[in-house]
Design a protein around this ligand. Sequence first.
Ligand code: SF4
Length: 172
Amino acid sequence: MRAPRIYQNIKRNVLNHPELKIQISCVLTSITAGCIEDLVKEWGPIARGGIIFDFFTPVTNLDEALWLNWKERDRLIDQILALKRKYPGTINMLDSTLDLMRSKKAKRVTDNCEFRLRAFALGSTGETKGKCMMGDNADCDRCGCVVPFHMATLSNRRLMIKEGIKSLLASN
Ligand code: SF4
Protein backbone atom coordinates (compact mmCIF):
# COMPACT_ATOMS: atom_id res chain seq x y z
CA MET A 1 0.00 0.00 0.00
CA ARG A 2 2.98 2.30 0.49
CA ALA A 3 5.13 4.03 -2.10
CA PRO A 4 7.47 1.80 -4.13
CA ARG A 5 10.52 0.48 -2.27
CA ILE A 6 9.33 1.50 1.22
CA TYR A 7 8.56 -2.12 2.09
CA GLN A 8 12.04 -3.24 1.03
CA ASN A 9 13.65 -0.30 2.87
CA ILE A 10 11.86 -1.17 6.09
CA LYS A 11 12.87 -4.80 5.79
CA ARG A 12 16.50 -3.92 5.10
CA ASN A 13 16.59 -1.59 8.13
CA VAL A 14 15.14 -4.27 10.38
CA LEU A 15 17.61 -6.89 9.10
CA ASN A 16 20.52 -4.45 9.55
CA HIS A 17 19.71 -3.93 13.25
CA PRO A 18 19.57 -7.35 14.88
CA GLU A 19 20.42 -5.67 18.21
CA LEU A 20 16.97 -3.99 18.29
CA LYS A 21 13.80 -5.70 19.44
CA ILE A 22 11.63 -4.31 16.66
CA GLN A 23 7.89 -4.88 16.69
CA ILE A 24 6.00 -4.91 13.39
CA SER A 25 2.58 -3.27 13.36
CA CYS A 26 0.30 -4.04 10.41
CA VAL A 27 -3.03 -2.30 9.77
CA LEU A 28 -5.48 -4.69 8.15
CA THR A 29 -7.55 -3.11 5.40
CA SER A 30 -9.66 -4.28 2.47
CA ILE A 31 -6.34 -4.41 0.57
CA THR A 32 -4.13 -6.20 3.10
CA ALA A 33 -6.67 -8.59 4.66
CA GLY A 34 -5.65 -11.44 2.39
CA CYS A 35 -1.95 -11.26 3.31
CA ILE A 36 -1.96 -12.09 7.02
CA GLU A 37 -0.34 -15.53 6.89
CA ASP A 38 2.21 -14.42 4.28
CA LEU A 39 3.16 -11.51 6.54
CA VAL A 40 3.52 -13.74 9.60
CA LYS A 41 5.68 -16.23 7.66
CA GLU A 42 7.91 -13.49 6.23
CA TRP A 43 8.30 -11.26 9.30
CA GLY A 44 7.87 -13.75 12.14
CA PRO A 45 11.55 -14.84 12.12
CA ILE A 46 12.93 -11.26 11.88
CA ALA A 47 10.54 -9.16 14.00
CA ARG A 48 12.08 -9.86 17.40
CA GLY A 49 9.40 -7.81 19.18
CA GLY A 50 6.67 -9.78 17.43
CA ILE A 51 3.86 -8.67 15.15
CA ILE A 52 0.68 -6.83 16.09
CA PHE A 53 -2.40 -6.15 13.99
CA ASP A 54 -4.82 -3.21 13.92
CA PHE A 55 -7.87 -2.77 11.70
CA PHE A 56 -8.40 0.29 9.53
CA THR A 57 -10.45 2.99 11.33
CA PRO A 58 -12.72 5.19 9.20
CA VAL A 59 -12.30 8.97 9.59
CA THR A 60 -15.27 11.31 8.98
CA ASN A 61 -15.37 12.78 5.45
CA LEU A 62 -12.49 10.62 4.22
CA ASP A 63 -12.67 7.66 1.83
CA GLU A 64 -13.83 4.48 3.56
CA ALA A 65 -12.76 2.02 0.89
CA LEU A 66 -10.18 0.47 3.22
CA TRP A 67 -12.74 -0.33 5.96
CA LEU A 68 -13.48 -4.02 6.53
CA ASN A 69 -17.03 -4.82 7.56
CA TRP A 70 -17.66 -6.38 10.97
CA LYS A 71 -18.26 -9.88 9.60
CA GLU A 72 -14.89 -9.81 7.85
CA ARG A 73 -13.19 -8.35 10.94
CA ASP A 74 -14.57 -11.19 13.11
CA ARG A 75 -13.36 -13.73 10.56
CA LEU A 76 -9.86 -12.21 10.54
CA ILE A 77 -9.73 -12.27 14.35
CA ASP A 78 -10.39 -16.02 14.19
CA GLN A 79 -7.62 -16.32 11.60
CA ILE A 80 -5.13 -14.37 13.72
CA LEU A 81 -5.93 -16.54 16.76
CA ALA A 82 -5.36 -19.67 14.64
CA LEU A 83 -2.06 -18.25 13.31
CA LYS A 84 -0.91 -17.55 16.88
CA ARG A 85 -1.13 -21.31 17.50
CA LYS A 86 0.40 -22.26 14.13
CA TYR A 87 3.39 -19.88 14.43
CA PRO A 88 4.09 -19.66 18.19
CA GLY A 89 5.93 -16.55 19.37
CA THR A 90 5.30 -14.48 16.24
CA ILE A 91 2.08 -12.57 17.01
CA ASN A 92 2.47 -10.45 20.12
CA MET A 93 -1.18 -9.90 21.03
CA LEU A 94 -3.16 -11.32 23.92
CA ASP A 95 -6.09 -13.57 22.97
CA SER A 96 -8.31 -11.46 25.24
CA THR A 97 -7.38 -8.28 23.36
CA LEU A 98 -8.30 -9.87 20.03
CA ASP A 99 -11.54 -11.11 21.53
CA LEU A 100 -12.48 -7.59 22.71
CA MET A 101 -12.07 -6.36 19.11
CA ARG A 102 -14.96 -8.53 17.91
CA SER A 103 -18.17 -6.93 16.61
CA LYS A 104 -20.21 -7.86 19.68
CA LYS A 105 -17.70 -6.51 22.21
CA ALA A 106 -15.85 -3.61 20.60
CA LYS A 107 -18.34 -0.84 21.33
CA ARG A 108 -18.24 -1.45 25.07
CA VAL A 109 -14.49 -0.79 24.90
CA THR A 110 -14.53 2.19 22.54
CA ASP A 111 -17.39 3.94 24.39
CA ASN A 112 -14.99 4.08 27.33
CA CYS A 113 -11.75 4.36 25.38
CA GLU A 114 -8.99 4.43 27.95
CA PHE A 115 -6.60 6.07 25.54
CA ARG A 116 -9.00 9.01 25.15
CA LEU A 117 -9.46 9.22 28.92
CA ARG A 118 -5.90 8.72 30.10
CA ALA A 119 -3.38 9.37 27.33
CA PHE A 120 -2.51 11.76 24.55
CA ALA A 121 -0.86 11.66 21.13
CA LEU A 122 1.44 14.20 19.50
CA GLY A 123 1.90 14.94 15.81
CA SER A 124 5.30 15.14 14.11
CA THR A 125 5.68 18.82 15.03
CA GLY A 126 4.66 18.34 18.64
CA GLU A 127 1.04 19.46 18.36
CA THR A 128 -1.64 17.41 20.15
CA LYS A 129 -3.63 15.24 17.81
CA GLY A 130 -7.01 15.61 19.52
CA LYS A 131 -8.78 12.73 21.21
CA CYS A 132 -6.27 10.12 20.02
CA MET A 133 -3.47 9.24 17.57
CA MET A 134 -5.99 9.20 14.70
CA GLY A 135 -7.30 12.70 15.40
CA ASP A 136 -10.69 14.06 16.45
CA ASN A 137 -12.53 12.78 13.38
CA ALA A 138 -11.75 9.10 13.82
CA ASP A 139 -14.94 7.03 14.11
CA CYS A 140 -14.83 5.54 17.62
CA ASP A 141 -17.72 3.17 16.86
CA ARG A 142 -15.62 1.47 14.19
CA CYS A 143 -12.21 1.93 15.82
CA GLY A 144 -9.70 -0.73 14.82
CA CYS A 145 -6.70 0.58 16.73
CA VAL A 146 -5.36 -2.10 19.04
CA VAL A 147 -4.39 0.39 21.77
CA PRO A 148 -7.79 0.91 23.48
CA PHE A 149 -8.44 -2.84 23.35
CA HIS A 150 -5.03 -3.64 24.81
CA MET A 151 -5.52 -1.02 27.55
CA ALA A 152 -8.96 -2.47 28.33
CA THR A 153 -7.40 -5.93 28.67
CA LEU A 154 -4.64 -4.70 30.98
CA SER A 155 -7.09 -2.93 33.25
CA ASN A 156 -9.39 -5.96 33.56
CA ARG A 157 -8.17 -8.16 36.39
CA ARG A 158 -10.30 -11.15 35.34
CA LEU A 159 -8.87 -11.12 31.79
CA MET A 160 -5.29 -10.74 33.04
CA ILE A 161 -5.68 -13.70 35.42
CA LYS A 162 -7.05 -15.75 32.49
CA GLU A 163 -4.05 -14.73 30.33
CA GLY A 164 -1.63 -15.53 33.18
CA ILE A 165 -3.09 -19.04 33.60
CA LYS A 166 -2.93 -19.65 29.85
CA SER A 167 0.71 -18.60 29.73
CA LEU A 168 1.59 -20.83 32.72
CA LEU A 169 -0.09 -23.83 31.09
CA ALA A 170 1.71 -23.16 27.81
CA SER A 171 5.11 -23.04 29.53
CA ASN A 172 4.59 -26.45 31.27
S1 SF4 B 1 -10.90 6.31 17.55
FE1 SF4 B 1 -9.39 7.04 19.04
S2 SF4 B 1 -10.59 7.88 20.75
FE2 SF4 B 1 -11.96 6.62 19.49
S3 SF4 B 1 -11.94 4.59 20.45
FE3 SF4 B 1 -10.35 4.58 18.86
S4 SF4 B 1 -8.45 5.17 19.90
FE4 SF4 B 1 -10.17 5.73 21.23
